[in-house]
Design a binder for this molecule. Structure first.
Ligand code: NDP
Length: 254
């Protein structure tokens, strides 16, 4: 059965940071399946090549460029290269993220900076670059991948929670400025998802606690993030902006 036209992403060009694995890969494959051309921006070229092969199976143009999102001087050149190869970027998914867990008393300044630069600063600067051309064309979708720790306290993950909390405020604030230009800015809050980032929580006492706390009674899978991303990337969400969409098996409501 064909997807309803309002969810059709044919002709759109999507950038997914950190799209070579985990949640980013799940979202990239979903956007491709809905018809978008996709560019992956992430560091590991071997993983980049793997996901491009998978994206090609969806029959859409797909590329991957090596990019460390903490290198501010490389953000604009990477986005320009995407536009040269695929066309104007109409969808940006700020997904690249890292978590460093350590006691507040022991956090090193360089680790604090790395988490904030990756999870927050890069999202703003990439959004700024993308938004300039989206505003000019009066069409664009920015999707930030936030976290339950955007609003909850986190044990031993202070810069992670700080970055994700600020990312939600960045989402809402940019949404207000860009709304008159028909550019929507929204965030997805995944629950606990089976990825490399959560390997340490996929067994033992922490796993039991998460399962008990999650009404759905399980971890989510990366591909389960794609539905919300397609919605927020498509015309179906043209009147949705500044929203925080939970895809979490009910974690946030218990
Ligand atoms: P993974 O560790 O599986 O993937 C992280 C991705 O980010 C990788 O593709 C990695 O690619 C990329 N990345 C990391 N640092 C950089 C960098 N400096 N420059 C470019 N790319 C980078 O994590 P998840 O898939 O679990 O997480 C994806 C997003 O979802 C993150 O923002 C995370 O905070 C968020 N999230 C995850 C949850 C979960 O339960 N898994 C829950 C809530 C939010 P490479 O190393 O090749 O650069």
């Amino acid at each position: 059965m064909a997807a309803p036209k309002m969810f059709d992403l044919s002709g759109e060009v999507a950038v997914v940071t950190g799209g070579n694995g985990g949640i980013g890969r799940g979202i990239a494959l979903g956007l491709a399946e809905a018809g978008a051309s996709v560019a992956i921006l992430a560091r590991n070229q071997e993983k980049n090549r793997g996901v491009v092969d998978d994206l090609a199976k969806a029959g859409v143009p797909a590329i991957a460029l090596p990019l460390d999102v903490t290198r501010r001087d490389q953000l604009a050149p990477a986005m320009e290269e995407v536009e040269r190869k695929l066309g104007p970027i109409s969808i940006l998914v700020n997904n690249a993220g890292i978590a460093i867990m350590r006691s507040a008393l022991k956090f090193r300044p360089e680790d604090w900076d790395r988490v904030i630069e990756t999870n927050l600063n890069s999202c703003f600067f990439l959004s700024q670059i993308a938004a300039r051309s989206m505003v000019a064309r009066k069409h664009g979708k920015i999707i930030n991948i936030a976290s339950e720790y955007s609003s909850f306290g986190a044990q031993a993950g202070i810069p992670y929670a700080a970055s994700k909390g600020a990312l939600v405020q960045t989402t809402k604030t940019m949404a207000i400025e860009l709304a008159p230009h028909n550019v929507q800015v929204n965030a997805i809050v995944p629950g606990w998802i089976e990825t490399d980032m959560t390997v340490g929580a996929q067994s033992g006492k922490m796993f039991d606690e998460i399962i008990m706390r999650t009404p759905a009674g399980r971890f989510g899978r990366p591909e389960e993030m794609a539905g919300a991303a397609i919605f927020l990337a498509s015309h179906a969400s043209d009147f949705v902006t500044g929203s925080i969409v939970h895809v979490d098996g009910g974690y946030a409501i218990r």
